[in-house]
Design a protein around this ligand. Structure first.
Ligand code: SF4
Length: 485
């Protein structure tokens, strides 16, 4: 079927331009619907008028991605996995990043403390807040009551999505019964347990993970669960370590994704998952001395799965505070992989206040490339430099390239200083420009009627520069003497 065009979507809308959805035109609505900024439910006409049912259903059909989305959990931390419409990121964009679930044993001694730590874990990087997405509770005890109690405890102390993991259907469903209103993911329906688990999922509208290391069997399981009425499925073809098994894991996931996205096979058209945590049950570990080497293997597999757009991964390393390195690696990689390749990572131009700048505080100029503005701001905050950060519109391009390409030039800096009233905040007319833009200083002094100081090439050098070279009174004396000439 392929991706519909905005015109095809527009043809199915009311075309009245009534503005009830907040858009001026139905065409603008159609464009943003395709970008998934809004949903069909936002068009009141389409949703509320019975005579629109045919068009509504057609619109739902043509805008549903070939790999359907699955919703896990409820509330603020609910996460959506899958729902992708391109095989490679550069073909369009990936919309839903890989969900990271941390595996936890149901008989873990410090379960409560660990759940709280993982729920609250937040890492701010480049303006984004990075978090894990869920907890995969594994029945290690083999005891129904222990498993149920652990599931209940997690659901009481955390709003994070839960995946219940047990191959014994009775144990799995006993725990699911206790927390079904939290929309847990049931892991896993197999050729032996699909009926029991499937029926429970249908009755309670829950998502189900289907597992088989045989792809034909997995696709057949998916078809059977759908026939039974299961509305949300996640496919797990297994994660295997050891010689040659990495390629099998990789191939299986790529085949499933290709069947879903390129061939539009409805039985493969679901999110795919991998379990790097399976490492610990597949590899014999002699002693704890080289534990980190084993943890590396698990994290490397997780990174590989992220890089091929696996919708959900379950890892064990990262559960303890000392294992934060593993999560940092995976979350930063994920942040890069799932940024939209069509959009320059830009921030809004403007005059940003850092600390409590006084009347002789410096005005430091930079570009609106996100990876430039945020580190500069963090370096200033880290060194307690009260200042004004003048962020110039360089079309989201970094300083060096923007100076070469002309987006970061004397006129754009002068315009920004004027537009954001930079000199009204201070008692001087001095701008510090980045070392990489040194060549703009002469023209900028004329354009902005100010004194230009060339700062360091890298913002990590700003603290030292401020200590040794920031002499605003002397700079202003020089500026005033020029003015008198
Ligand atoms: S609510 Fe529907 S009909 Fe009205 S402008 Fe929006 S898209 Fe068009």
């Amino acid at each position: 079927m392929g991706r519909p065009s905005p015109l095809e979507v527009y043809a199915l809308l009311d075309k009245s331009n009534c503005k009830d959805c907040g858009y001026d035109t139905c065409m603008a609505f159609a464009t943003d619907l395709l970008e998934r900024k809004i949903t069909i439910q936002d068009c009141t006409h389409l949703m509320n008028e019975p005579k629109q049912a045919k068009k509504r259903n057609k619109l739902i059909l043509i805008t549903t991605p070939p790999q359907k989305p699955v919703i896990l959990g409820i509330g603020d931390r609910q996460c959506i996995i899958g729902g992708e419409e391109c095989f490679m990121r550069h073909q369009l964009s990936f919309y839903n990043e890989t969900a990271i679930f941390i595996e936890m044993a149901d008989d873990l001694e410090d379960l409560e403390e660990t759940v709280k730590y993982l729920t609250d874990l937040k890492i701010e990087r480049m303006g984004d807040v990075l978090q894990i997405n869920g907890i995969a509770l594994r029945c290690v005890s083999g005891n129904i009551d222990t498993f149920k109690a652990a599931a209940k405890k997690i659901s009481e102390i955390s709003n994070i999505p839960i995946m219940l993991c047990c191959f014994d259907a009775n144990t799995l469903l006993s725990a699911a019964e206790v927390i079904k209103d939290k929309r847990p993911l049931l892991y896993a329906a197999t050729k032996d347990s699909w009926e029991e688990i499937g029926k429970f999922a249908v009755q309670n509208n829950l998502p189900v993970a289907a597992y088989s290391h045989d792809l034909d069997e997995l696709i057949s399981l998916s078809a059977t669960l759908q026939k039974l009425g299961v509305k949300e499925i996640v496919l797990d073809s297994g994660t295997f370590f050891g010689s040659g098994n990495l390629s099998i894991t990789y191939d299986n996931i790529m085949q499933l994704r290709s069947a879903a996205i390129n061939k539009e096979d409805p039985n493969a058209g679901w999110p795919v998952m991998g379990v790097p945590a399976a490492y610990w049950s597949q590899i014999k570990i002699e002693n704890d001395k080289d534990l980190w080497k084993h943890q590396y293997q698990e994290i490397i597999m997780a990174a590989l799965l992220e890089s091929i757009d696996t919708s959900l991964i379950v890892i064990s390393t990262g559960q303890k505070k000392t294992e934060i390195w593993g999560l940092l690696a995976l979350m930063t990689l994920r942040q890069s992989l799932f940024s939209d390749p069509r959009i320059y990572p830009a921030v809004d131009p403007g005059l940003y206040k850092v600390g409590e700048p006084g009347k002789m505080a410096p005005i430091i100029c930079t570009s609106n490339y996100r990876m430039t503005k945020i580190p500069v701001e963090q370096d200033l905050q880290g060194a307690n430099i009260d200042s004004w950060l003048l962020v110039v519109d360089s079309e989201g391009i970094g300083i060096e390239s923007a100076v070469a390409g002309g987006q970061f030039n004397a006129s754009s800096i002068a315009e920004a200083a004027n537009e954001f009233k930079a000199f009204e905040k201070v008692n001087h007319r001095i701008i510090i420009i980045p070392g990489m833009a040194a060549r703009l200083s002469g023209a900028l002094e004329d354009e902005a009627d100010c004194y230009i100081v060339v700062g360091p090439r890298d913002s990590s050098g700003i603290p030292k520069y401020m200590e040794t070279q920031w002499k605003p009174e002397e700079f202003m004396k020089e500026y005033n003497s020029w003015k008198e000439e």
